[in-house]
Ligand binder design. Structure first.
Ligand SMILES: Cc1cc2nc3c(=O)[nH]c(=O)nc-3n(C[C@H](O)[C@H](O)[C@H](O)COP(=O)(O)OP(=O)(O)OC[C@H]3O[C@@H](n4cnc5c(N)ncnc54)[C@H](O)[C@@H]3O)c2cc1C
Length: 571
């Protein structure tokens, strides 16, 4: 008997999840875990995670949401008229057409309606911070439930550095530190504290920061801005989507249809009667009125066209480059970031490192007798599985094998593994600019080209030796042909944002739900959004939804802010 049938043989409801990015796949997993519904993911691309999830910064940070949303109405209006170099959203040389000006003015006007009152903005930021802390806690639970998926997708959870440049850097760092500390206080009743909570919200001197991330030591010697530490981490979003989807299919929990594009919704009163589109060029109708539909379609206009969203999504473009660090490069002893951190100068820029272990390394961890481990064991050092300098600094009496094991995310220290254990990838993502009506995924877009050149220059300043291994050091990235930059996997795309800075999350009719507009933190907040949607779907009353660390009033605080962009009107 399949998951679609109950014991009496009656067919159960099917939940169609439209969109196989991080939001859709995490939602499908949460729904399958909580219910006996059949779950089907429909994805228009031939592979999952090929949209925004492919190119995002991979960063998990509790303050990501307030960065996404953190502008007041006056700041939004100013940013739209100012160049990126001066802290705005206009890339150098950008000239708006009349239609683009109208789109920007509409966005600024909607911000004014929502973000004028400073007390309301502060309350929103508190709600977002608590949601960020709760989200990290869920990542921690995820790693405990699926340790192998966590390891294969490079999940790390650790105290994370944020560097603030500029004259007011320290002031901002301290202000934010206080916000994070407040959010951590709010989740203090959690049975298991969040990773890094001991450091959450602290500002630290450069010397401590250099110890936390040795590859930054030279840079931090000259750094004059503020530095804060907060709970955070990183994960390879696209790999997560693939690994988790494979596991769900193998468990019989989810069915996946790729190459399936949903083009319209068929209505019956306040319910979706079916969804229509095509699968591999053939017309197709999915579902019926007693099924449920979750839309996790990123920046796609489907929901807005269907009249399901009260407010249009606004595109806030960004780009990324990826620095692959193979075992051969790691063997050269070149310094590179092994943990993630953020730089709020031009941008912000998000530097996310993930370690992707080889199967042979996991086998080694399972078979090696760590009771006889000695840091100066030459035979072990020669395998290249353990970092030599890490071994030198180790006190054998304090040694914990979990420090070497990426399946134990609470304890794993990526600085401990050697070049033969796997490979690293450093994703440098971020920058924000308004792309106008051209698609920033086209890397000939002048904004994308400019932003990628900035990220390459930044990477060269921080990791000159590593960058010299990857591309010709004499190359000018602003005019280089695309092939010359290919080793850095340049990428561009638009974050879908609302003027309120909040995502649309929740039901928009009796059997339709949305997770869209997640802006800069769809990955970070993905598990918490998915959990909430799964609870709505299983009939939990809206007020009774629970997420770890969020009291009822904190949940309501968040929920009341996210729901307004979802229209409760049916054609
Ligand atoms: C430069 C940049 C840096 C970022 N950095 C971070 C970060 O560090 N941390 C973080 O948390 N977030 C970050 N983000 C945001 C994050 O990437 C997104 O919030 C997240 O990936 C969104 O996931 P999603 O599943 O909602 O959207 P997507 O990944 O775009 O998935 C939507 C999917 O739906 C499919 N689809 C769309 N329409 C249809 C249709 N009609 N029928 C069928 N399928 C459809 C698409 O093909 C796509 O696969 C960043 C974003 C940018 C642009």
């Amino acid at each position: 008997m399949g998951k679609g049938d109950d014991r009496a043989g009656a067919v159960r409801r099917t939940v169609y999840v439209v969109g196989g990015g991080v939001a859709g796949v995490l939602a499908a997993a949460a729904i399958a875990r909580r219910s006996r519904d059949r779950v089907v993911i429909l994805e228009q691309a031939e592979t999952l995670g090929a949209g925004l999830t492919q190119g995002n910064g991979r960063s998990l940070t509790v303050t990501e949401g307030t960065i996404a949303a953190g502008l007041s109405a006056a700041q939004v209006a100013a940013a739209l008229g100012r160049s990126v170099v001066a802290g705005g959203y206009g890339y150098p040389g950008f000239r708006a057409t009349a239609a683009e000006r109208a789109q920007m003015e509409g966005f600024a006007a909607r911000s004014r309606q929502r973000l004028m009152d400073p007390a309301a903005v502060a309350a929103r930021d508190r709600a977002l911070l608590r949601f960020g802390v709760t989200s990290l806690h869920l990542w921690r639970q995820f790693a405990a439930a699926r340790p192998l998926v966590a390891a294969r997708t490079g999940l790390q959870l650790h105290p994370k550095l944020r560097l603030y440049g500029g004259d007011r850097g320290l002031e901002r760092a301290e202000g934010e530190a206080q916000g994070v500390a407040e959010a951590l206080d709010a989740v203090a009743p959690l049975e298991n504290p969040c990773p890094g909570s001991a450091l959450g919200g602290a500002t630290v001197p450069a010397a401590i920061a250099a110890q936390m991330e040795p590859s930054l030591a030279a840079h931090l010697e000259r750094f004059a801005g503020g530095i804060s530490v907060q709970p955070g981490g990183a994960i390879h979003g696209a790999r997560l989507v693939q690994e988790l989807a494979d596991a769900l299919v193998a468990e019989g929990a989810v069915t996946i249809q790729t190459g399936a594009t949903v083009r319209s919704l068929r209505w019956h009163r306040d319910a979706i009667a079916a969804i229509e589109g095509d699968w591999r060029s053939r017309r197709q109708v999915w579902g019926g009125p007693s099924d449920a539909y979750v839309f996790a379609t990123g920046i796609d206009p489907l929901l807005a066209t269907a009249g399901a969203l009260a407010e249009p999504l606004f595109p806030l473009a960004g780009t990324s480059i990826t620095l692959p660090v193979s075992g051969a490069i790691a063997r050269l002893g070149i310094p590179f970031s092994r943990r993630s951190w953020k730089y709020d100068g031009l941008g912000p820029l998000v530097i996310s490192s993930v370690f992707l272990p080889d199967d042979a390394y996991l086998d080694f961890l399972d078979s090696y007798d760590f009771r006889r481990f000695r840091p100066d064991d030459l035979a072990l050092a020669r395998t290249g599985l353990i970092d030599r300098t890490w071994g030198d600094r180790l006190d054998p009496a304090q040694f914990d094998p979990a420090r070497l094991d990426p399946r134990r995310v609470e304890h794993f220290d990526p600085r401990a593994v050697g070049p033969a254990a796997g490979r690293w990838e450093i994703r440098i993502g971020g920058l924000k600019f308004y792309p106008g009506d051209r698609d920033p995924a086209d890397l000939a877009h002048p904004g994308s080209r400019w932003a990628i050149a900035q990220q390459i220059q930044f990477a060269r300043a921080l990791f000159p030796d590593l960058m010299a291994q990857l591309i010709d050091p004499t190359l000018d990235p602003a005019i280089a042909p695309p092939d010359a930059l290919a080793p850095l996997q340049p990428w561009g795309g638009s974050r879908p944002v609302y003027a309120s800075g909040m995502a649309a999350l929740g039901p928009f009719c009796s059997n339709g739900y949305a997770i869209v507009g997640t802006g800069s933190w769809g990955l970070t907040s993905g598990l918490a959004n998915a959990d909430a949607i799964a609870q709505w779907l299983d009939g939990t009353p809206t007020d009774a939804i629970t997420l770890p660390g969020l009291t009822r009033s904190h949940w309501r605080d968040y929920r009341d802010r996210v729901r307004p962009p979802v229209a409760a009107v049916y054609p």
